[in-house]
Write a protein that binds this ligand. Sequence first.
Ligand SMILES: Cc1ncc(COP(=O)(O)O)c(C=O)c1O
Length: 411
Amino acid sequence: MLENQLLKIAQDFGSPVYVYDAEKIESQYKRLTNAFKSVKSLKINYAVKALSNISILKLFNTLGSGIDTVSIQEVQLGLAAGFQPKQIIFTPNGVSLSEIEEAAKLGVEINIDNLSILEQFGTKHPNTPVCIRINPHVMAGGNANISVGHIDSKFGISIHQIPHILRIVENTKMRINGIHMHTGSDILDIEVFLYASEILFETAKQFKNLDFIDFGSGFKVPYKPGDIETNIEELGEKLSAKFNAFCKEYGKDLTLAFEPGKFLVSESGSFLTKVNAIKQTTSTVFAQVDSGFNHLIRPMFYGSHHEIINISNPKGRERFYTVVGYICETDTFGNNRRINEINEGDILQFKNAGAYCFSMASNYNSRFRPAEVLWYKDKAHLIRKRETFDDIINNQIEVDFSPKKNKELVK
Ligand SMILES: Cc1ncc(COP(=O)(O)O)c(C=O)c1O
């Protein structure tokens, strides 16, 4: 999207505001499907948690994508967006058996990552096929919080517990229709995927009635100019060849599934904030914006990098700024960044704001969550209104502390 289009959106819809470029989402989706074109049956299940606005889900539906969900509410959102239950996979972690049963009742594909739940579910619902999430014990991912396939992780059933799974399957007569893994986010090295895929193939051989193998996600996207990213095209070529060979050996054309979040939406998103004040201290020049980690937590939470561009003054002289929010705790978006000269009132664009940005936003400091706008076919569509004070107060219940009421309470 062009800078003047973004500026116009900030003018028309106010700031802070999230903006998503539909064309970028479509091109990433096509890039991924194209990379795996030599596989007979490919299924992309967009990871709803990355960005869960219903209009974004509807856009994915038009592209032919399915969705990956992790809560019953995400399942319900997917159904409301028009997905058929069979286009939805439910991949929760640490939820109750009853939540899984609720999802199964809605007809969605169930993915289980816990032996105890597997046994209970299989005993009660032997006719509902389930996928199992394997933990391949691979250390992968951009940082510790998003590395989920290692031996100490709470995710997945250990590959060393396959005999337990087989025993449960035999005792309950349940059917395992899919094998799944997800080892982390921001994985750069395609060798990690290829290595983990070998483990998954070995595991898959033990299950005779599979329909699909799900390789999860974790593709790394570029965060700044010249940044390295997962080479999807090379991964597509190499993994497809391995997958096709495996299907031959298995004796059936299985579906190859992925569930990317970041790859599909990260780069489509921009977060636009207005500079409230410039604060010059003895050591630093702070640009203080009308937002904070309540709206975009990734830099504080994960140390994530978001490029920050002054779209109000793109040709201005470059200076060093530390861009911070208004939260009453340290909330630094970027430290000592070279940015075109910033004046109070300027609009700053934060890039890579499509994935895990709005979906992690909160009302901390009793602030409103921002509006969301979808740029689709050269037009800005408001897809979420900015919150108002009603959203802050609506579910709160006031206790009457008046002296009269207190007396009644004591009686
Ligand atoms: C099970 C599962 N699948 C897919 C994803 C999406 O990962 P990414 O956004 O890195 O593509 C996640 C992210 O946390 C996940 O936990």
